[in-house]
Write a protein that binds this ligand. Sequence first.
Ligand code: NAP
Length: 252
Amino acid sequence: MRLKDRVAFITGAGRGIGKAIARRFAREGAKVCLTDIDEAGVYTSAEELEKEGLTVFAVRVDVTDRGQVEAAVEETVNRYGRLDILVNNAGVIRDNLLFKMSDEDWETVMNVHLKGAFYCSRAAQKYMVEQKYGRIINISSTSALGNRGQANYAAAKAGLQGFTKTLAIELGKFGITCNAVAPGFIDTEMTRATAARIGVDFDQLLEMWVKEIPVGRVGKPEDIATACLFFASEEASYVNGQVLYVAGGPKD
Ligand code: NAP
């Protein structure tokens, strides 16, 4: 029960990594607000966790909509009395080589990852500063180091690392830490969609990836949830502004 009585707000929690983080945090005693743009997905995920006896609720939130973000953060505080942990996890990919990348592909990716994290963090810090306690965790990616076909996504995920370090500097004095987890290849709908887009069978894609990963397997959403739990815990109060690559091997 490492997060006993803590209150968490997680974006993109309707499935994949966000859902795994929500489950892990709730099992550790946190009360969790699951948010996602996918209304059906987020309500179904919350129901699943409630059936386990966990304390959670769901709200449909598009992180690029400031009004929706601020209303959901406020609803969480009204319901559970405080806000301790924010995980900026919502994400999209719109991969293409630079010369084929549309303005819309660029803007969509920037908006969801960067504007979304900005809106959520700004809304959450208001309560965290008052409490003199908070944990902000941003989900970056190994793509931040560069990845063919992902100029938009790589720029956004690298941007999130700069955002993380800056919040760490600004908010540290209020007892708030900000860190990032940068996953490598994780088996989720997102990576399945990538396989479909490039016309490769998903099992074939997994085989290709596994050869490159020192631990000899691809990641699971739970691997990322474990890393987030560390940053979210009270004991990690001296760890601030860090980027933890969770990729089955070293990254630069
Ligand atoms: P996922 O299965 O696609 O889940 C992402 C969730 O975010 C989806 O439910 C998606 O809803 C939601 N979302 C998209 N746009 C949103 C918006 N504007 N507002 C609120 N929610 C929105 O992806 P995942 O693999 O779990 O990825 C989670 C995070 O990890 C992302 O930030 C991703 O970039 C990062 N990551 C993933 C991997 C990987 O290998 N899977 C590696 C590195 C980093 P819709 O489906 O309706 O759009």
